[in-house]
Write a protein that binds this ligand. Sequence first.
Ligand SMILES: *[C@@H]1O[C@H](CO)[C@@H](O)[C@H](O)[C@H]1NC(C)=O
Ligand SMILES: *[C@@H]1O[C@H](CO)[C@@H](O)[C@H](O)[C@H]1NC(C)=O
Length: 428
Amino acid sequence: MSSHPSKRDPLLRKSGPQLRNEESCAGFCKTLCVVCTIFLASAPVAAAFATLFIHFFEGGSSVLDVIFPPAASCGKRIIGYFTHWETPLVTEKQLKKLTHVVYLFANVEEDGSIKMGSDDSESRFLDMKDKARGLKSGPKIMIAIGGAANSAMYPPVVSDSGKRKKLVNSIVAFVDEHGLDGVEIWTYSFSSNKLNHSRFIRELKKELNQLKTQKKRSEDYIISLIVPLATSHLGSGYYLNEIIRDIDFLNVLTYNYNTNRNQAGPRSPLYGGLNGNIDETMQFLACKTRQPSKLNMAVPFFGTHWRDVSFASDSNVKDLFSKPNSARGFWPVRWNVLAQEGYMNETAKFDEKTKTSYIWKSGEKNFISFENERSLLEKAKYIKNHNLGGFLIWAIDQDDEDNTLLDIVSSADICSGKDKDIVEYLCV
Ligand SMILES: *[C@@H]1O[C@H](CO)[C@@H](O)[C@H](O)[C@H]1NC(C)=O
Ligand SMILES: *[C@@H]1O[C@H](CO)[C@@H](O)[C@H](O)[C@H]1NC(C)=O
């Protein structure tokens, strides 16, 4: 399903950051000067606004507390996955930039109970939960159940009414014990078990509603699902119209369009591509469900690297795919590694057709497809124009120490100003 970027995925060799050339520096510095002047001139106004904001949102706490994603103001989502396998602990600064944080994963056991994979995972989860709870306007906190490595466990459990009930009860007990806001079901459904998948969601919804009443909670508990990007699978493996009523949102795993070991290409193309693209998937889902506000677009905070790549010719790059059987791979590379290696600024190219960023080093025959500011802003524009629900990030603990990508995603303007379920596609 999805690859977990492994802990050992160094790039072939280090490549130091290149210097800007004189010309672009001159332009850059001039711009900087103008920006500085404007900024200085408007400082008093900004200060007045900041004061207003503080009083409005926080009842007078510090400026740092009021940073939250602007997307929240129009009901859009900035959802961050936080994993059990990466190293850095989550920070309050990161949590404030999210509307939802989802911990990956709790496992499904054979009998239908759920369990953290290890003590380390449990303490990482508790640390995340405590930090998020400690914030005044922190994100909603969710647990993801399942995961790629655990996905085989799920079909037999939901296809046995006793185990299914146990799974529902274990999830509800976990949500209650930890005071969570909701749960994400992190497994695909297939034509063989789609009826039981829908039943499971329905039963989970019912039990969570009971817990809500019991706890006198004002808001519903959240249920979200991951869904694959292939429209053929979405069509055959899901009762979408039924499921969509019981869930709050669908996290569409739109970072997986090219996981071909022998052909390099864009991992997360908005358009074009040889294996479909985000536009196709989102159009299918929006037209089918008529609820674009429930669709979130996943973006990877990791790049994907192939070696020994050859393209047919520079003038014959078809949607940025290399020749078939002309690559070896692939290796995921976290953004925090990419950023360190100086890959972000000078060496990155941008493909207009797929709207993706990449690095192609023809001498070394290395190709890396990844997200940076330019590709993320294209995706933000797409979300806004198509009135989608928001972003999903895999994963915030793969960002660099400055939270470069998270800042871009969480500050992006994705509010469309339209009624939430206006469908901005031509549906046939
Ligand atoms: C669905 O679950 C029921 C139990 O509720 C079971 O009898 C049935 O065989 C399952 N269907 C499939 C296709 O697995
Ligand atoms: C990229 O550019 C920014 C701003 O110019 C700079 O601060 C940063 O160090 C650069 N990063 C790399 C990896 O070269």
